[in-house]
Design a protein around this ligand. Structure first.
Ligand code: NAD
Length: 260
């Protein structure tokens, strides 16, 4: 149980992050929901969590491209809760294009949101974790932290970077009661994947149906999408006391993709 712990799940207004926030709140953790969303819908989401799980809930819409916005989010959360015990770095974006046509602003945004933001939340959360002698950092990386696909240069570079950052920080804080791990999902059917299917079809010159069959599920030996609940369950386990000896790991949840 995670009662009396506080979790920040970045990018928890949608997809995998929302599933993780539900999983942690169901175990009694207070949650800081984060990500983009219309203000009325965010109010409803906060109320839903508070009523359903009886936990304290905060929402922040910080744009992860900007360090000042991340600093303000972390300062607000730390002022309210004292410590972010469970830091789940999940916010992420994707853009699919050949590298020589890759829009420079997309490269910058993907590196900022998927990699540099993880550095900022981590550096800002660690002092309070250290002073309490407990912390869990789970970075939602990707199978693309371990292997590459064409036309995803920025995403693959950022996610490989997350794997390296995970290991480096894990070593730094190993004696402080803090674990740092990365979860590396295969394809999960979320808005992030749905949005890239048409671009992948265009980049490869194939149909949308062929992208699902011959590109996405082709790499997963199970021939099934990974579910949000499966990624959330592993993330929740990594936050538990039983996972205290797992640190510096990059753990695939990918239907066998990276066994190839
Ligand atoms: P999603 O699009 O459903 O959710 C992304 C979340 O990030 C949303 O809450 C969104 O508001 C937030 N976000 C995006 N840009 C932001 C910004 N600039 N500032 C603040 N918040 C921002 O995506 P998802 O599929 O749930 O992906 C979540 C994570 O899982 C990402 O890091 C992604 O790379 C990773 N992942 C996804 C898959 C997959 O197949 N869906 C596979 C492997 C890894």
């Amino acid at each position: 149980m995670l009662k009396d712990k506080t979790a920040l799940v970045t990018g928890s207004t949608s997809g995998i992050g929302l599933g993780i926030a539900h999983g942690l709140a169901a175990q009694g953790a207070n949650v800081i929901l984060h990500g983009f969303g219309d203000p009325a819908a965010m109010d409803r989401l906060k109320d839903e969590f508070a009523e359903r799980y009886g936990v304290r809930v905060r929402y922040d819409g910080a744009d992860m491209r900007w360090p000042e916005a991340i600093e303000a989010m972390m300062a607000g959360a730390l002022a309210e809760f004292g410590c972010i015990d469970l830091l789940i770095n999940n916010a992420g974006v994707q853009h699919v294009a050949p590298v020589d046509e890759f829009p420079v602003e997309q490269w910058d945004a993907i590196l900022a949101i998927n990699l540099t933001a993880v550095f900022h939340t981590t550096r800002l959360a660690l002092p309070a974790m250290k002073s309490r002698g407990f912390g869990r950092i789970v970075n939602i990386a990707s199978a693309h932290a371990l292997v590459a696909s064409p036309y995803k240069s920025a995403y693959v570079a950022a996610k490989h970077g997350v794997a390296g950052l995970t290991k480096s920080v894990a070593l730094e804080v190993a004696e402080a009661g803090i674990t740092v791990n990365a979860v590396a999902p295969g394809y999960v059917r979320t808005p992030l994947i749905d949005a890239q299917i048409p671009d992948t079809a265009k980049a490869r010159g194939i149909s949308v149906e062929a992208v699902v069959r011959d590109v996405l599920l082709a790499v997963q030996p199970t021939k099934k999408f990974v579910t949000v609940e499966q990624v959330a369950a592993l993330t929740c386990f990594l936050c538990s006391d039983d996972a205290a000896s797992i640190t510096g790991a990059v753990l695939p949840v990918d239907g066998g993709w990276t066994a190839h």
